[in-house]
Design a protein around this ligand. Structure first.
Ligand code: PLP
Length: 406
């Protein structure tokens, strides 16, 4: 039984006030709050178990290595990867996608080759591909979403041509809450011989993920949205793709042998993990993922779906509120603008006075803003600890905005 009031007690920050009001944290899409078990794990790692990993032979180094390496297995379980060594640990989705761009895409793409991506990608899944466009003449083929913000798999598959070398697509839009049927995309792309990278930054937070079932080649996650520390993360890279990749960053830990005029690499995944990693961040991420798996991602998804339905029922009929993204099965991420002159920043400021934390701006998704003909929106993004009372406070604060801004 999913007892949200009990769960809230695990997150100490939810007990605080902001601007004299109880905090209503609805900025989970940007970064989620941390349960006490994660905070404790980070404290314990630094106060009792800290050392560098991999290189030492002493007790603490072995212990830290054991703790750190165990997280690889935890991430593999969370994503249902076939093997722990298909998990490359890193600082988050941005690093994961850049790894694919530099290690896999750059060496194998030529001028005129194409990457297919949707207009609702986060900049993290756009800018690395622009590097290839600028530097190597790679063509970016953009796929539009429909008027509800949905992305039918056929739209992506229809965009695949003989020069397409990669599909890069989000599992769940950080702006619209749209879920993408990446399984169908992967199936179709595979038939065409085109690998698929899935940006799982938001998807992995709001629903169970099974990378084997999805059939993707790359799946990037970011720890701080998964209730873990910032600077933690990972990318699942299917074995066949790993074999095609050259290292992106060079340094310690990723080599087998370094001579004056010769170098050999460590086996993957170490080959893609140069330098001292975010040891404690990853240890915290492992604890966060255990916490999520204990709650059950299907239970988290069900709870958030209830919140989503409740919010829809509360705003139904508020004709001054324009919500971007209205697919029936969307996640509880609501971007909106208000009729009249209110800028998203003004909305966010008024909400903040009521203790409600939302994000305002382009949400690192400028091509999507362009698609909607806006420059910014406010975004309320819900997490596993939010409640119907949070929805009520949000709606009351929005009504106040409406009064203030006409
Ligand atoms: N992709 C999506 C869909 C996101 O929402 C985000 C973060 O907002 C990212 C990628 C980038 O994540 P990070 O900044 O943690 O690397």
């Amino acid at each position: 039984m999913y007892d949200v009031e009990e769960i809230r007690l695990d997150f100490p920050i939810l007990g605080r006030e902001v601007n004299g009001e109880p905090l209503v944290y609805l900025d989970n899409g940007a970064s989620a709050q941390k349960p006490q078990v994660v905070i404790d794990a980070v404290t314990r790692a630094y106060s009792q178990e800290y050392s560098n990993v991999h290189r030492g032979l002493h007790y603490l180094s072995n212990l830290a290595t054991e703790r750190y390496e165990a997280v690889r297995g935890t991430i593999a379980r969370f994503l249902n990867a076939g093997a722990a060594d298909e998990i490359v640990m890193n600082s988050g989705t941005t690093e994961g996608i850049n790894t694919v761009a530099y290690s896999w895409a750059m060496p194998r793409m030529e001028a005129g080759d194409e990457i297919v991506l949707s207009v609702m990608e986060h900049h993290a899944n756009i800018v690395p591909w622009h590097f290839l466009r600028e530097r190597q003449g790679v063509v970016l083929k953009w796929v539009e979403v429909d008027e509800t913000g949905a992305l039918a798999p056929e739209r992506i598959l229809d965009a695949i041509g003989p020069r397409t070398r990669l599909v890069a697509v989000t599992h769940l839009s950080n702006v619209l809450g749209t879920r993408v049927d990446v399984t169908s995309i992967c199936r179709g792309a595979q038939e065409a011989g085109v690998p698929v990278l899935v940006d799982g930054s938001q998807g992995a937070v709001h629903m169970p993920v099974d990378v084997q079932d999805i059939g993707c080649d790359f799946y990037a996650i970011t720890g701080h949205k998964l209730y873990g520390p910032s600077g933690s993360g990972a990318i699942y890279i299917r074995k066949e793709r790993q074999a095609e990749m050259r290292p992106f960053m060079g340094g310690g830990d990723m080599i087998r042998d370094v001579r004056r005029d010769e170098i050999t690499w460590a086996e993957p995944p170490m080959k893609f993990e140069a330098g001292t990693p975010g040891i404690v961040q990853q240890i915290g991420l492992g604890v966060a993922l255990d916490y999520l798996m204990e709650l059950g991602m299907e239970n988290v998804a069900r709870h958030e779906a209830r919140l989503c339905d409740y919010l829809r029922s509360r705003i139904d009929g508020l004709n001054w509120l324009n919500v971007q993204g209205t697919t029936p099965d969307k996640a509880a991420i609501f971007s909106f603008t208000l009729d009249g002159a209110a800028h998203a920043h003004d909305i966010s400021t008024v909400l903040d006075k009521k203790g409600v934390a939302v994000r305002a701006g382009h949400h690192c998704a400028q091509p999507l803003m362009e698609h909607y003909g806006i420059t910014a929106s406010a975004r309320a993004s819900f997490g596993l600890y939010n409640t119907e009372a949070d929805v009520d406070t949000l709606v009351e604060a929005l009504e106040l905005c409406r009064e203030l801004f006409g």
